[in-house]
Design a protein around this ligand. Structure first.
Ligand code: UD1
Ligand code: MG
Length: 462
Protein backbone atom coordinates (compact mmCIF):
# COMPACT_ATOMS: atom_id res chain seq x y z
CA UNK A 1 0.00 0.00 0.00
CA UNK A 2 1.39 3.40 -0.92
CA UNK A 3 1.64 6.25 1.58
CA UNK A 4 -1.55 8.13 2.38
CA UNK A 5 -1.61 11.85 3.13
CA UNK A 6 -4.49 14.17 3.91
CA UNK A 7 -4.76 17.92 3.33
CA UNK A 8 -7.58 19.81 5.06
CA UNK A 9 -8.43 23.24 3.65
CA UNK A 10 -9.32 25.58 6.46
CA UNK A 11 -7.95 29.02 5.61
CA UNK A 12 -11.07 30.69 4.24
CA UNK A 13 -12.89 33.48 6.04
CA UNK A 14 -16.35 32.15 5.29
CA UNK A 15 -17.76 35.50 4.19
CA UNK A 16 -21.17 33.99 3.51
CA UNK A 17 -21.55 33.05 7.20
CA UNK A 18 -21.54 36.77 8.13
CA UNK A 19 -19.95 35.88 11.45
CA UNK A 20 -17.12 37.03 13.69
CA UNK A 21 -16.25 33.36 14.11
CA UNK A 22 -14.13 31.84 11.32
CA UNK A 23 -16.16 29.41 9.28
CA UNK A 24 -14.33 26.17 10.04
CA UNK A 25 -14.65 26.93 13.77
CA UNK A 26 -18.44 27.15 13.64
CA UNK A 27 -19.81 24.35 15.83
CA UNK A 28 -22.01 21.53 14.61
CA UNK A 29 -23.46 19.45 17.47
CA UNK A 30 -20.98 21.03 19.85
CA UNK A 31 -17.79 20.50 17.85
CA UNK A 32 -16.07 22.85 15.40
CA UNK A 33 -16.56 21.77 11.78
CA UNK A 34 -12.83 21.35 11.18
CA UNK A 35 -12.58 19.22 14.34
CA UNK A 36 -15.25 16.88 12.93
CA UNK A 37 -13.17 16.54 9.77
CA UNK A 38 -9.93 15.88 11.66
CA UNK A 39 -11.65 13.38 13.95
CA UNK A 40 -12.85 11.32 10.98
CA UNK A 41 -9.52 11.63 9.16
CA UNK A 42 -7.64 10.38 12.25
CA UNK A 43 -9.67 7.19 12.20
CA UNK A 44 -8.06 6.11 8.93
CA UNK A 45 -4.53 6.69 10.30
CA UNK A 46 -2.92 8.52 7.37
CA UNK A 47 0.86 8.95 7.26
CA UNK A 48 0.50 12.72 7.52
CA UNK A 49 -2.33 15.22 8.08
CA UNK A 50 -1.71 18.79 6.98
CA UNK A 51 -4.18 21.59 7.67
CA UNK A 52 -4.00 24.75 5.60
CA UNK A 53 -4.76 27.70 7.87
CA UNK A 54 -5.10 31.43 7.24
CA UNK A 55 -8.07 33.30 8.67
CA UNK A 56 -8.13 32.63 12.40
CA UNK A 57 -4.94 30.57 12.02
CA UNK A 58 -3.99 30.80 15.70
CA UNK A 59 -7.47 29.84 16.84
CA UNK A 60 -7.56 26.80 14.55
CA UNK A 61 -4.09 25.79 15.80
CA UNK A 62 -5.17 26.21 19.42
CA UNK A 63 -8.11 23.94 18.78
CA UNK A 64 -6.35 21.18 16.86
CA UNK A 65 -2.95 21.34 18.58
CA UNK A 66 -0.50 18.68 17.43
CA UNK A 67 -3.15 16.47 15.88
CA UNK A 68 -2.13 17.84 12.46
CA UNK A 69 0.75 19.66 10.75
CA UNK A 70 0.06 23.15 9.43
CA UNK A 71 0.71 25.21 6.32
CA UNK A 72 -0.05 28.91 6.39
CA UNK A 73 -1.91 30.50 3.49
CA UNK A 74 -1.41 34.20 4.06
CA UNK A 75 -3.76 35.38 1.33
CA UNK A 76 -6.81 33.39 0.39
CA UNK A 77 -6.48 33.17 -3.37
CA UNK A 78 -8.49 30.00 -3.85
CA UNK A 79 -8.49 26.29 -3.08
CA UNK A 80 -5.64 25.43 -5.51
CA UNK A 81 -3.48 28.13 -3.95
CA UNK A 82 -4.40 26.74 -0.52
CA UNK A 83 -3.19 23.25 -1.42
CA UNK A 84 0.01 24.72 -2.87
CA UNK A 85 0.96 25.93 0.61
CA UNK A 86 1.41 22.28 1.62
CA UNK A 87 4.07 21.82 -1.07
CA UNK A 88 7.03 22.31 1.29
CA UNK A 89 5.88 19.42 3.51
CA UNK A 90 4.43 17.13 0.88
CA UNK A 91 5.54 18.18 -2.63
CA UNK A 92 8.26 15.57 -3.14
CA UNK A 93 6.52 12.62 -1.56
CA UNK A 94 5.33 9.48 -3.33
CA UNK A 95 1.84 8.36 -2.44
CA UNK A 96 -1.79 9.42 -2.52
CA UNK A 97 -3.29 12.58 -1.09
CA UNK A 98 -6.83 13.02 0.05
CA UNK A 99 -8.05 16.61 0.03
CA UNK A 100 -11.05 17.63 2.06
CA UNK A 101 -12.51 20.99 3.09
CA UNK A 102 -12.85 22.09 6.67
CA UNK A 103 -16.46 23.12 6.00
CA UNK A 104 -17.83 19.64 5.24
CA UNK A 105 -18.37 18.25 8.75
CA UNK A 106 -20.50 15.21 7.89
CA UNK A 107 -18.03 13.07 5.97
CA UNK A 108 -17.21 9.80 7.69
CA UNK A 109 -13.94 7.92 7.99
CA UNK A 110 -15.60 5.10 6.08
CA UNK A 111 -16.08 7.31 3.02
CA UNK A 112 -12.47 8.55 3.14
CA UNK A 113 -11.24 4.98 3.43
CA UNK A 114 -13.37 3.87 0.49
CA UNK A 115 -12.12 6.72 -1.68
CA UNK A 116 -8.47 5.91 -0.92
CA UNK A 117 -9.05 2.22 -1.66
CA UNK A 118 -10.98 2.98 -4.87
CA UNK A 119 -8.26 5.37 -6.03
CA UNK A 120 -5.53 2.83 -5.41
CA UNK A 121 -7.44 0.11 -7.23
CA UNK A 122 -8.20 2.34 -10.22
CA UNK A 123 -4.59 3.51 -10.38
CA UNK A 124 -5.92 6.92 -11.41
CA UNK A 125 -4.28 10.35 -11.39
CA UNK A 126 -7.24 11.70 -9.49
CA UNK A 127 -10.44 10.23 -8.06
CA UNK A 128 -13.08 12.79 -7.39
CA UNK A 129 -15.84 12.14 -4.88
CA UNK A 130 -19.17 13.17 -6.35
CA UNK A 131 -22.81 13.02 -5.29
CA UNK A 132 -26.20 13.49 -6.88
CA UNK A 133 -27.97 16.58 -5.56
CA UNK A 134 -31.64 17.40 -6.06
CA UNK A 135 -30.71 21.05 -5.61
CA UNK A 136 -27.09 21.46 -6.77
CA UNK A 137 -26.99 25.25 -6.32
CA UNK A 138 -23.65 26.52 -5.05
CA UNK A 139 -21.63 23.39 -5.77
CA UNK A 140 -19.16 22.76 -8.58
CA UNK A 141 -20.81 20.62 -11.31
CA UNK A 142 -19.23 17.49 -12.75
CA UNK A 143 -18.91 17.69 -16.53
CA UNK A 144 -18.59 14.35 -18.30
CA UNK A 145 -17.58 13.72 -21.92
CA UNK A 146 -19.57 11.66 -24.44
CA UNK A 147 -18.08 8.46 -23.07
CA UNK A 148 -19.28 9.41 -19.61
CA UNK A 149 -15.78 10.11 -18.28
CA UNK A 150 -15.22 13.15 -16.06
CA UNK A 151 -13.59 15.95 -18.00
CA UNK A 152 -13.83 18.93 -15.67
CA UNK A 153 -15.59 20.69 -12.80
CA UNK A 154 -17.41 23.97 -13.38
CA UNK A 155 -18.12 26.27 -10.45
CA UNK A 156 -21.62 27.68 -9.91
CA UNK A 157 -20.54 31.20 -10.84
CA UNK A 158 -18.84 30.09 -14.07
CA UNK A 159 -21.52 27.64 -15.20
CA UNK A 160 -23.69 28.05 -18.28
CA UNK A 161 -27.43 27.48 -17.94
CA UNK A 162 -26.97 24.00 -19.36
CA UNK A 163 -24.19 23.21 -16.87
CA UNK A 164 -26.23 24.58 -13.97
CA UNK A 165 -28.86 21.94 -14.71
CA UNK A 166 -26.35 19.16 -14.00
CA UNK A 167 -27.11 17.49 -10.67
CA UNK A 168 -23.87 15.63 -10.16
CA UNK A 169 -21.79 17.78 -7.83
CA UNK A 170 -18.20 18.00 -6.64
CA UNK A 171 -18.22 17.21 -2.93
CA UNK A 172 -14.85 18.96 -2.56
CA UNK A 173 -13.14 15.67 -1.65
CA UNK A 174 -10.52 14.23 -3.98
CA UNK A 175 -7.79 11.67 -3.92
CA UNK A 176 -4.75 12.65 -6.01
CA UNK A 177 -1.53 11.01 -6.97
CA UNK A 178 0.55 13.27 -4.74
CA UNK A 179 3.36 14.07 -7.17
CA UNK A 180 1.01 14.73 -10.07
CA UNK A 181 -0.99 17.05 -7.84
CA UNK A 182 1.93 19.28 -6.93
CA UNK A 183 3.46 19.17 -10.41
CA UNK A 184 0.27 20.58 -11.89
CA UNK A 185 -0.94 22.99 -9.21
CA UNK A 186 1.43 25.65 -10.59
CA UNK A 187 -0.37 25.56 -13.94
CA UNK A 188 -3.74 26.57 -12.48
CA UNK A 189 -4.72 30.16 -13.35
CA UNK A 190 -7.34 32.47 -11.88
CA UNK A 191 -9.08 33.33 -15.12
CA UNK A 192 -12.64 32.78 -13.87
CA UNK A 193 -15.68 34.56 -12.43
CA UNK A 194 -14.23 34.75 -8.90
CA UNK A 195 -10.63 35.50 -9.88
CA UNK A 196 -9.53 32.54 -7.74
CA UNK A 197 -7.18 29.60 -8.24
CA UNK A 198 -9.60 26.66 -8.31
CA UNK A 199 -8.38 23.26 -7.15
CA UNK A 200 -10.84 21.39 -9.41
CA UNK A 201 -9.00 22.93 -12.39
CA UNK A 202 -6.22 20.41 -11.75
CA UNK A 203 -8.72 17.79 -12.88
CA UNK A 204 -9.04 19.28 -16.40
CA UNK A 205 -5.28 19.87 -16.58
CA UNK A 206 -4.63 16.21 -15.85
CA UNK A 207 -7.33 15.24 -18.32
CA UNK A 208 -5.64 17.27 -21.07
CA UNK A 209 -2.47 15.32 -20.39
CA UNK A 210 -4.38 12.10 -21.01
CA UNK A 211 -4.23 11.02 -17.34
CA UNK A 212 -6.88 8.80 -15.82
CA UNK A 213 -9.65 10.71 -14.03
CA UNK A 214 -12.30 8.73 -12.18
CA UNK A 215 -15.35 9.68 -10.16
CA UNK A 216 -16.58 7.86 -7.09
CA UNK A 217 -20.24 8.68 -6.67
CA UNK A 218 -21.42 8.31 -3.10
CA UNK A 219 -24.89 7.08 -2.28
CA UNK A 220 -25.54 9.35 0.70
CA UNK A 221 -25.60 12.97 -0.45
CA UNK A 222 -26.14 14.27 3.06
CA UNK A 223 -22.57 13.38 4.03
CA UNK A 224 -21.23 15.83 1.49
CA UNK A 225 -23.09 18.91 2.68
CA UNK A 226 -20.78 21.91 2.42
CA UNK A 227 -21.51 24.66 4.93
CA UNK A 228 -21.15 28.09 3.38
CA UNK A 229 -23.98 29.93 5.15
CA UNK A 230 -26.21 29.62 8.21
CA UNK A 231 -28.95 27.82 6.33
CA UNK A 232 -26.53 25.02 5.50
CA UNK A 233 -25.18 25.19 9.07
CA UNK A 234 -28.63 24.40 10.43
CA UNK A 235 -29.03 21.58 7.90
CA UNK A 236 -25.66 20.13 8.94
CA UNK A 237 -26.67 20.40 12.60
CA UNK A 238 -29.91 18.55 11.92
CA UNK A 239 -28.24 15.77 9.97
CA UNK A 240 -25.50 15.38 12.57
CA UNK A 241 -28.06 15.27 15.37
CA UNK A 242 -30.00 12.56 13.56
CA UNK A 243 -26.83 10.52 13.18
CA UNK A 244 -25.92 10.97 16.85
CA UNK A 245 -29.42 10.12 18.13
CA UNK A 246 -29.71 7.04 15.94
CA UNK A 247 -26.36 5.77 17.23
CA UNK A 248 -27.51 6.20 20.84
CA UNK A 249 -30.79 4.42 20.09
CA UNK A 250 -28.88 1.54 18.48
CA UNK A 251 -26.74 1.42 21.62
CA UNK A 252 -29.82 0.97 23.82
CA UNK A 253 -30.91 4.48 24.77
CA UNK A 254 -34.63 5.30 24.49
CA UNK A 255 -35.15 8.67 22.86
CA UNK A 256 -38.84 9.45 22.95
CA UNK A 257 -38.78 12.17 20.28
CA UNK A 258 -35.46 12.15 18.36
CA UNK A 259 -36.51 15.12 16.22
CA UNK A 260 -36.60 17.26 19.35
CA UNK A 261 -33.63 15.92 21.27
CA UNK A 262 -30.30 17.72 21.03
CA UNK A 263 -27.21 15.73 21.95
CA UNK A 264 -23.66 16.88 21.27
CA UNK A 265 -21.28 14.57 19.51
CA UNK A 266 -19.00 13.78 22.47
CA UNK A 267 -21.79 12.95 24.94
CA UNK A 268 -21.83 9.38 26.32
CA UNK A 269 -25.07 7.70 27.46
CA UNK A 270 -25.56 4.26 29.03
CA UNK A 271 -28.19 1.77 27.94
CA UNK A 272 -31.76 1.73 29.26
CA UNK A 273 -31.64 5.45 29.88
CA UNK A 274 -34.73 7.29 28.65
CA UNK A 275 -34.59 10.78 27.22
CA UNK A 276 -37.81 12.74 26.98
CA UNK A 277 -38.50 15.49 24.41
CA UNK A 278 -36.83 18.89 24.27
CA UNK A 279 -33.75 17.79 26.14
CA UNK A 280 -30.35 19.29 25.33
CA UNK A 281 -27.24 17.44 26.46
CA UNK A 282 -24.02 19.11 25.54
CA UNK A 283 -20.28 19.43 25.98
CA UNK A 284 -18.41 16.53 27.54
CA UNK A 285 -21.39 15.13 29.45
CA UNK A 286 -21.42 11.49 30.52
CA UNK A 287 -24.71 9.84 31.50
CA UNK A 288 -25.01 6.37 32.99
CA UNK A 289 -27.51 3.55 32.53
CA UNK A 290 -31.11 3.43 33.76
CA UNK A 291 -31.48 7.20 34.04
CA UNK A 292 -34.51 9.29 33.21
CA UNK A 293 -33.76 12.65 31.65
CA UNK A 294 -37.10 14.41 31.74
CA UNK A 295 -38.77 16.92 29.50
CA UNK A 296 -36.90 20.14 28.84
CA UNK A 297 -33.75 19.39 30.81
CA UNK A 298 -30.41 21.01 29.88
CA UNK A 299 -27.26 19.18 30.86
CA UNK A 300 -23.84 20.60 30.13
CA UNK A 301 -20.36 19.20 30.85
CA UNK A 302 -21.74 17.06 33.69
CA UNK A 303 -21.45 13.54 35.02
CA UNK A 304 -24.67 11.68 35.73
CA UNK A 305 -24.19 8.21 37.20
CA UNK A 306 -26.51 5.19 36.89
CA UNK A 307 -30.13 5.31 37.98
CA UNK A 308 -30.40 9.08 38.24
CA UNK A 309 -33.68 10.93 37.56
CA UNK A 310 -33.60 14.49 36.26
CA UNK A 311 -36.94 16.18 35.74
CA UNK A 312 -37.05 19.47 33.79
CA UNK A 313 -33.84 20.74 35.35
CA UNK A 314 -30.55 22.36 34.37
CA UNK A 315 -27.09 20.99 35.16
CA UNK A 316 -23.83 22.78 34.43
CA UNK A 317 -20.46 21.20 35.28
CA UNK A 318 -22.14 19.17 38.03
CA UNK A 319 -21.98 15.58 39.24
CA UNK A 320 -24.98 13.48 40.26
CA UNK A 321 -24.02 10.17 41.86
CA UNK A 322 -25.91 6.89 41.58
CA UNK A 323 -29.60 6.91 42.39
CA UNK A 324 -29.94 10.62 43.07
CA UNK A 325 -32.78 12.70 41.68
CA UNK A 326 -33.62 16.31 40.96
CA UNK A 327 -36.51 18.46 39.84
CA UNK A 328 -38.72 19.66 38.50
CA UNK A 329 -37.23 23.09 37.80
CA UNK A 330 -33.99 22.97 39.74
CA UNK A 331 -30.52 24.16 38.81
CA UNK A 332 -27.13 22.60 39.52
CA UNK A 333 -24.37 25.09 38.86
CA UNK A 334 -20.62 24.42 38.57
CA UNK A 335 -19.10 22.15 41.24
CA UNK A 336 -22.40 20.88 42.56
CA UNK A 337 -21.61 17.34 43.73
CA UNK A 338 -24.77 15.43 44.55
CA UNK A 339 -24.27 12.21 46.55
CA UNK A 340 -25.82 8.79 46.13
CA UNK A 341 -29.56 8.62 46.72
CA UNK A 342 -29.80 12.37 47.32
CA UNK A 343 -33.13 14.05 46.65
CA UNK A 344 -33.10 17.59 45.30
CA UNK A 345 -36.69 18.67 44.80
CA UNK A 346 -38.21 21.60 42.98
CA UNK A 347 -36.95 25.16 42.64
CA UNK A 348 -33.58 24.50 44.27
CA UNK A 349 -30.18 25.84 43.28
CA UNK A 350 -26.90 24.23 44.25
CA UNK A 351 -23.49 25.75 43.53
CA UNK A 352 -19.99 24.72 44.61
CA UNK A 353 -21.41 22.38 47.22
CA UNK A 354 -20.98 18.75 48.14
CA UNK A 355 -24.17 17.08 49.29
CA UNK A 356 -23.62 13.80 51.13
CA UNK A 357 -25.42 10.53 50.42
CA UNK A 358 -29.17 10.34 51.11
CA UNK A 359 -29.47 14.00 52.12
CA UNK A 360 -32.71 15.72 51.11
CA UNK A 361 -33.09 19.28 49.84
CA UNK A 362 -36.76 19.18 49.01
CA UNK A 363 -38.03 22.60 48.02
CA UNK A 364 -37.10 26.18 47.22
CA UNK A 365 -33.60 26.19 48.71
CA UNK A 366 -30.24 27.69 47.77
CA UNK A 367 -27.14 25.73 48.74
CA UNK A 368 -23.97 27.59 47.76
CA UNK A 369 -20.38 27.14 48.99
CA UNK A 370 -21.18 24.39 51.46
CA UNK A 371 -20.31 20.84 52.45
CA UNK A 372 -23.28 18.81 53.62
CA UNK A 373 -22.81 15.39 55.19
CA UNK A 374 -25.04 12.35 54.84
CA UNK A 375 -28.69 11.84 55.82
CA UNK A 376 -29.41 15.52 56.38
CA UNK A 377 -32.82 17.08 55.98
CA UNK A 378 -32.84 20.58 54.57
CA UNK A 379 -36.32 22.05 54.99
CA UNK A 380 -38.23 24.21 52.58
CA UNK A 381 -36.81 27.62 51.67
CA UNK A 382 -33.42 27.28 53.36
CA UNK A 383 -30.80 29.74 52.17
CA UNK A 384 -27.07 29.28 52.56
CA UNK A 385 -26.09 32.93 52.82
CA UNK A 386 -22.60 32.76 51.36
CA UNK A 387 -21.74 36.22 50.06
CA UNK A 388 -21.14 39.53 51.81
CA UNK A 389 -20.89 41.51 48.60
CA UNK A 390 -17.12 41.06 48.38
CA UNK A 391 -16.16 37.55 49.50
CA UNK A 392 -17.74 34.10 49.50
CA UNK A 393 -17.85 32.06 52.73
CA UNK A 394 -18.23 28.36 53.31
CA UNK A 395 -20.45 26.38 55.69
CA UNK A 396 -20.22 22.75 56.82
CA UNK A 397 -23.17 20.67 57.99
CA UNK A 398 -22.57 17.39 59.87
CA UNK A 399 -24.24 14.03 59.19
CA UNK A 400 -27.82 13.41 60.33
CA UNK A 401 -28.47 17.11 60.95
CA UNK A 402 -31.77 18.86 60.45
CA UNK A 403 -32.27 22.37 59.12
CA UNK A 404 -35.79 23.64 59.69
CA UNK A 405 -37.73 25.41 56.96
CA UNK A 406 -37.15 29.03 56.06
CA UNK A 407 -33.79 29.24 57.82
CA UNK A 408 -30.70 31.19 56.85
CA UNK A 409 -27.29 29.65 57.37
CA UNK A 410 -25.09 32.74 57.39
CA UNK A 411 -21.63 31.51 56.45
CA UNK A 412 -19.21 30.64 57.82
CA UNK A 413 -21.15 28.23 60.05
CA UNK A 414 -20.21 24.74 61.21
CA UNK A 415 -22.98 22.42 62.33
CA UNK A 416 -21.75 19.31 64.11
CA UNK A 417 -23.25 15.86 63.41
CA UNK A 418 -26.76 15.30 64.77
CA UNK A 419 -27.45 18.99 65.30
CA UNK A 420 -30.54 21.03 64.59
CA UNK A 421 -31.63 24.44 63.40
CA UNK A 422 -35.14 25.45 64.37
CA UNK A 423 -37.40 26.62 61.55
CA UNK A 424 -37.26 30.30 60.73
CA UNK A 425 -33.80 30.79 62.26
CA UNK A 426 -31.01 32.98 60.97
CA UNK A 427 -27.92 31.19 62.23
CA UNK A 428 -24.44 32.72 62.14
CA UNK A 429 -22.69 30.76 64.89
CA UNK A 430 -21.53 27.16 64.99
CA UNK A 431 -23.96 24.54 66.32
CA UNK A 432 -22.46 21.85 68.60
CA UNK A 433 -23.12 18.09 68.59
CA UNK A 434 -26.72 17.23 69.50
CA UNK A 435 -27.62 20.92 70.01
CA UNK A 436 -30.49 22.84 68.48
CA UNK A 437 -29.94 26.44 67.37
CA UNK A 438 -32.93 28.66 67.53
CA UNK A 439 -32.37 32.16 66.26
CA UNK A 440 -35.64 33.93 65.71
CA UNK A 441 -37.68 36.45 67.71
CA UNK A 442 -39.90 34.90 70.36
CA UNK A 443 -43.57 34.88 69.60
CA UNK A 444 -45.84 37.12 71.63
CA UNK A 445 -49.60 36.97 71.39
CA UNK A 446 -51.55 40.26 71.77
CA UNK A 447 -54.64 39.22 73.68
CA UNK A 448 -58.06 40.52 72.50
CA UNK A 449 -56.49 42.22 69.53
CA UNK A 450 -59.68 41.68 67.58
CA UNK A 451 -61.65 44.02 69.77
CA UNK A 452 -59.29 46.91 69.01
CA UNK A 453 -59.96 46.78 65.31
CA UNK A 454 -62.57 49.27 64.00
CA UNK A 455 -63.44 46.59 61.52
CA UNK A 456 -64.65 44.31 64.30
CA UNK A 457 -67.50 46.75 64.92
CA UNK A 458 -68.91 46.52 61.43
CA UNK A 459 -71.98 44.39 60.79
CA UNK A 460 -70.24 42.52 58.08
CA UNK A 461 -67.40 41.17 60.28
CA UNK A 462 -69.42 40.29 63.38
C1 UD1 B 1 -15.72 24.22 -3.18
C2 UD1 B 1 -15.41 23.70 -4.59
C3 UD1 B 1 -16.71 23.23 -5.25
C4 UD1 B 1 -17.35 22.17 -4.39
C5 UD1 B 1 -17.56 22.67 -2.94
C6 UD1 B 1 -17.99 21.50 -2.05
C7 UD1 B 1 -13.52 25.04 -5.42
C8 UD1 B 1 -13.11 26.16 -6.29
N1 UD1 B 1 -14.83 24.77 -5.39
O1 UD1 B 1 -16.57 25.35 -3.33
O2 UD1 B 1 -16.43 22.70 -6.55
O3 UD1 B 1 -18.60 21.79 -4.96
O4 UD1 B 1 -16.33 23.19 -2.40
O5 UD1 B 1 -18.28 21.94 -0.76
O6 UD1 B 1 -12.69 24.40 -4.80
N2 UD1 B 1 -10.19 27.66 1.41
C9 UD1 B 1 -8.88 27.94 1.76
N3 UD1 B 1 -8.22 28.92 1.08
C10 UD1 B 1 -8.78 29.60 0.05
C11 UD1 B 1 -10.12 29.30 -0.30
C12 UD1 B 1 -10.80 28.32 0.39
O7 UD1 B 1 -8.34 27.33 2.67
O8 UD1 B 1 -8.09 30.45 -0.53
C13 UD1 B 1 -10.89 26.61 2.16
C14 UD1 B 1 -12.13 27.12 2.90
O9 UD1 B 1 -11.80 27.49 4.22
C15 UD1 B 1 -13.06 25.92 2.85
C16 UD1 B 1 -12.63 25.17 1.61
O10 UD1 B 1 -11.36 25.65 1.24
O11 UD1 B 1 -12.91 25.10 3.99
C17 UD1 B 1 -13.61 25.32 0.44
O12 UD1 B 1 -13.74 26.70 0.17
P1 UD1 B 1 -15.16 27.36 -0.13
O13 UD1 B 1 -14.96 28.81 -0.35
O14 UD1 B 1 -16.12 26.93 0.89
O15 UD1 B 1 -15.49 26.68 -1.53
P2 UD1 B 1 -16.94 26.37 -2.12
O16 UD1 B 1 -17.47 27.61 -2.73
O17 UD1 B 1 -17.76 25.70 -1.10
MG1 MG C 1 -17.63 25.44 0.90
Amino acid sequence: MSNRYVIILAAGMGTRMKSKLYKVLQPVAGKAMVDHVVTQVEKIHPDLIETVIGNGAEKVKDLLGDRTCYALQEEQLGTAHAVLQAEKDLGDKDGMTLIVSGDTPLFTADTFQKLFDYHEKQNAAVSILTAHAQDPFGYGRIIRDQKGNVSKVVEQKDASEEEKAIQEINTGVYCFDNKMLFENLHSVNNDNAQGEYYLPDVVSILKSQGEKIVAYQMSDLSESLGVNDRVALSQAEKLMRKRINEQHMRDGVTIVDPENTYIDVDVEIGNDTTIEPNVKIFGKTKIGSDCLIGLGSRIQDSIVEDGVTIISSTLEEAIMHTGSNIGPNSHLRPKADIGKGVHIGNFCEVKNAVIGDRTKVGHLSYVGDATLGTDINVGCGVVFVNYDGVKKFHSTIGDHSFIGSNSNVIAPVEMADHSFIAAGSSVNKDVPFHAMAIARPRQTNKEDYWDKLPLSKSEEWK
